[in-house]
Design a protein. Structure first.
Ligand code: ZN
Ligand code: ZN
Length: 179
């Protein structure tokens, strides 16, 4: 399945689950299905998902899903391992879309109603997962072969602590990084 279909299916499931949460019963949950879904850039590391509002709409003035331009989710969250977290991310952004703009106590209380407890706690490990994907370079000691994982090239500026030899840059292959 491609990302778009995964997203649509996840969103359908999330809206279905939201219909069963009594605290949301008076809100326009069905309208959430009209929100265009998209993906963040693959190399985004800090943002996991975002709710983008229509031009000219201020955060404090959100009245409902009609004020939302799109909800974007990190593509790395759409793989099998992370889909339940992606569902929780959609739930989080959909709460924003319903008019709960900030992360105040009301918002956190609603967020905690998401029934998948494990998914609610996956934010930190997903963050670590994204960071690992950024490792593009190894700084390698040509003498003892010790490797340091880095996001940037070393450009011959660093030495091995043990051997005092200048570390060389080795580019990580894309395949390796995606594992
Ligand atoms: Zn938020
Ligand atoms: Zn060394």
């Amino acid at each position: 399945m491609d990302d778009e279909r995964i997203l649509t299916q996840l969103a359908n499931n999330v809206v279905h689950t939201m219909h069963q949460i009594p605290q949301l019963s008076l809100l326009p949950v069905s309208e959430l299905q009209n929100i265009p879904l998209g993906r963040l850039r693959r190399d985004a590391t800090r943002l996991h998902a975002v709710c983008r509002y229509q031009k000219g709409v201020k955060k404090s003035e959100i009245s409902g899903p009609g004020d939302v331009r799109c909800v974007d989710v990190h593509p790395a969250a759409l793989t099998n391992d992370w889909q339940r977290y992606a569902a929780f991310l959609l739930y989080h952004e959909f709460l924003h879309a319903l008019g709960f703009a900030g992360h105040d106590k009301t918002f956190r209380n609603l967020e905690a109603l998401w029934p998948d407890l494990k998914a609610r706690g996956m934010g930190k490990s997903f963050g670590t997962h994204l960071q690992k994907r950024c490792v593009k370079w190894l700084w390698k000691c040509p003498q003892c072969s010790k490797e340091h994982q880095r996001t940037r090239r070393g450009r011959g500026r660093y030495r091995c602590r043990e051997c005092q030899i200048v570390l060389i840059d080795v580019k990580q292959s894309e395949n390796l990084r995606d594992q």
